[in-house]
Design a protein around this ligand. Structure first.
Ligand SMILES: C=C(O[C@@H]1C=C(C(=O)O)C=C[C@H]1O)C(=O)O
Length: 283
């Protein structure tokens, strides 16, 4: 049998494009119905649900077409749908002059439609998020070498403070600048379960606490063992950032138990968010 002509192959591609486009429009109208059922005002974004949708696509993917391209296409759709639901959605990105990679990370996640604005420091990003409930922040993920960590600012419990709701990149894009960078997403919504998550708990103390003591206190409070514990000293106060499996709400009584087990005042321990565990690098 003769190989099909280029014309006929292109006709098949045209037919597929028509179907794909039609399906995207159908998806959009379902998102419209979901949006109508959500409470008015505030952010429509559901980071846990988004992570589930993306994990499902990546797990089901096979063939030569790159998984990263599938991922990027879904991110573009989901972000456009998020903007359809929250018209004044905006992304405030901490993109220091010498770190352009954070811009790529944000754009790979939030796509080409949602307005993005660059700021020099995490404190500026936080201020933007606090001044507008429809602004989402992107700030460098904490590292111990940081001399002015931003995450302790999330622990005061004030009304306009956001939560950490995602970690980026969820999937590393092959052509992103500065691969290896990680960022956290800040938004004024509660973190939600995706099925594989890390809760972030901040502990403030006037004296140093050993990792062993933290581990013992977590057990005593009925909390799971920490996966990592970052230790930062700022203005004479020790700040610990604990990563625990799952999602922990700020009102969780076990956090009060942790304060007691560590002999700390009420308010010294705070849940500052959670993120869906990224799938990492895939071709
Ligand atoms: C459609 C929804 O709104 C947003 C868009 C999503 C999508 O396009 O799949 C998923 C989660 C939300 O961020 C939803 O809440 O399900």
């Amino acid at each position: 049998m003769d190989a099909p002509s280029l014309d006929s192959l292109r006709q098949q591609i045209d037919a597929i494009d028509g179907e794909l486009h039609g399906l995207i429009c159908r998806r959009a109208s379902l998102v419209g119905q979901i949006a109508a059922a959500k409470p008015a005002g505030g952010l429509s974004m559901r980071p846990g649900r988004e992570a589930q949708v993306l994990r499902k696509r990546l797990a089901a993917h096979e063939g030569e077409f790159p998984a990263a391209a599938v991922y990027r296409m879904w991110r573009e759709m989901i972000s456009a749908f998020a903007l359809m639901q929250t018209k004044d959605l905006k992304i405030a990105v901490c993109r220091p002059a010498d770190q352009p990679g954070y811009w790529d990370i944000a754009r790979d996640h939030f796509g080409c439609q949602v307005p993005m604005v660059a700021y020099e420091s995490p404190a500026q990003v936080l201020a933007e998020v606090r001044s507008n409930p429809a602004t989402i922040g992107v700030a460098p993920a904490p590292i111990e070498a940081d001399t002015a960590p931003w995450w302790p600012l999330l622990a005061s419990g004030e009304q306009t403070l956001p939560n950490i709701v995602a970690r980026l990149p969820f999937l590393t894009m092959p052509n992103a600048r500065a691969r290896g960078l990680s960022a956290l997403v800040l938004a004024r919504i509660e973190p939600e379960e995706s099925g594989d998550d890390r809760a972030l708990v901040s502990v403030q103390a006037s004296t140093a606490i050993s990792r062993n003591r933290i581990a013992g206190a977590l057990t005593k409070a009925g909390l799971p063992a920490f996966i990592s514990a970052l230790d930062q000293l700022m203005a004479g106060v020790h700040h610990y950032l604990l990563e625990l499996p799952g999602v922990i709400a700020d009102g969780d009584e076990r956090l009060r138990g942790l304060e007691q087990a560590l002999g700390l005042d009420r308010g010294s321990v705070a849940a500052i968010g959670a993120y869906a565990v990224p799938v990492g690098a895939r071709p």
